[in-house]
Design a protein around this ligand. Structure first.
Ligand SMILES: Cc1cc2nc3c(=O)[nH]c(=O)nc-3n(C[C@H](O)[C@H](O)[C@H](O)COP(=O)(O)OP(=O)(O)OC[C@H]3O[C@@H](n4cnc5c(N)ncnc54)[C@H](O)[C@@H]3O)c2cc1C
Length: 315
């Protein structure tokens, strides 16, 4: 049957694409769905928003889009894999099969892998929604060239925030990192790069209370004085304060999640509490979320699905 699969992967980030490649090697007919709207992450997922990846084994340094493209190409080199640029809107269980509805079609699968990742957490302050795409942005790699010779800030103190600041410094004339705590918590190598970069300045122990402007962003209001003023004039605000897990499709069919909404998995098998349902990558429950950890869990899930199908001999 054309739309009948052994393994359906919801999410075409590095996790889902790697799992698809492994599943095909195990002989599973596999479909991998990646959301297709421009407001969502493209095929390849969130890694496509960074231009420096230096910790993926086998590649000393490459860009996120390049890594994602290589993994996608690898998955698609197997005839058993079909990558579809479609958004999955609903999943239901019927007997021992899963019915999947997307914005373009209907499919059936013996097993499911949830690999939907996350979406950016919004900065909940006045002006944040009003100025989205008018100076407030979430993807530094995508939007940095729009801020050539401008003044921008990155809100956040994670490794992603530090890397965003470094990308922005290639275009903007000044980049502030505004972080609510004393010290940013990026990888030591990225902290060094930030501190060495003359265009980047860290404003620590500070929160953004408001984003102001007319048609576009013109300033932010801080909760403490910086250089004698609480108002900081700038043209762009890049928000890097974390992510919200996209686990609703899984919750709707009874998959257990933790308080953060992350799907609870058995870390040896990537199984969830439901038979035939697996999860991996940024959508799953773990403190350390990286491309390599998602890829490993996705491949484990493919193997577990293969074992599940063999054990249950579903037709
Ligand atoms: C700025 C930044 C820099 C980073 N740098 C590094 C680094 O240097 N090294 C490293 O190892 N990690 C890095 N990471 C972390 C790494 O990118 C992630 O851990 C990893 O890419 C997560 O992959 P994923 O496939 O699990 O999820 P995602 O990449 O989020 O992919 C999920 C995909 O599923 C799609 N999707 C969601 N819902 C649906 C639906 N209903 N239907 C269809 N598709 C759907 C999404 O659109 C997305 O494409 C970085 C992260 C960020 C934000």
């Amino acid at each position: 049957m054309e739309n009948y699969y052994d393994f359906a992967v919801i999410g075409a980030g590095v996790t889902g694409l790697s799992a698809s490649m492994y599943a095909a090697r195990l002989g599973l007919k596999t479909v991998c769905f990646g959301a297709s709207h421009s407001s969502e992450l493209p095929l390849g997922g969130v890694i496509t928003t960074t231009n420096i990846v230096e910790n993926y084994p086998g590649f000393i340094s490459l860009s996120g889009p390049e890594l994602a493209e290589r993994i996608k190409e690898h998955a698609e080199s197997y005839e058993l894999v079909s990558v579809k640029e479609e958004k999955v809107t609903n999943i239901t269980k019927e007997g021992d099969k899963f019915l999947i509805e997307s914005d373009k079609g209907k499919y059936t699968s013996k097993t499911i892998l949830f690999a939907m990742g996350t979406k950016w957490k919004k900065l909940e302050v006045p002006g944040s929604n009003e100025f989205e795409n008018k100076g407030v942005a979430y993807c530094a790699l995508c939007d940095a060239p729009l801020f050539r010779n401008k003044i921008v800030c990155v809100v956040g103190g994670s490794d992603s925030a530090a890397k965003d600041a470094l990308v922005l410094a290639e275009h903007a004339k000044k980049v502030y990192i505004i972080y609510r705590k004393e010290n940013i918590r990026a990888e030591p190598i990225n902290i060094k790069r930030v501190l060495k970069n003359e265009k980047i300045e860290i404003i620590n122990n500070a929160n953004v209370l408001e984003i102001k402007g007319e048609k576009f962003v013109q300033s932010v209001i801080l909760d403490r004085e910086f250089n004698g003023k609480k108002e900081l004039e700038l043209n762009g605000v890049f928000v890097a304060i974390g992510h919200v897990v996209l686990s609703d499709l899984a919750k709707n069919i009874g998959v257990n999640t933790n308080i953060k909404g992350e799907i609870i998995i058995d870390h040896k098998t990537s199984e969830t509490n439901l038979a035939g349902v697996f999860a991996a990558g940024d959508v799953a429950d773990k403190p350390f979320k990286q491309a390599i950890t998602g890829v490993a869990e996705g491949c484990t899930a493919a193997y577990s699905a293969f074992e599940y199908i063999n054990k249950n001999k579903t037709e």
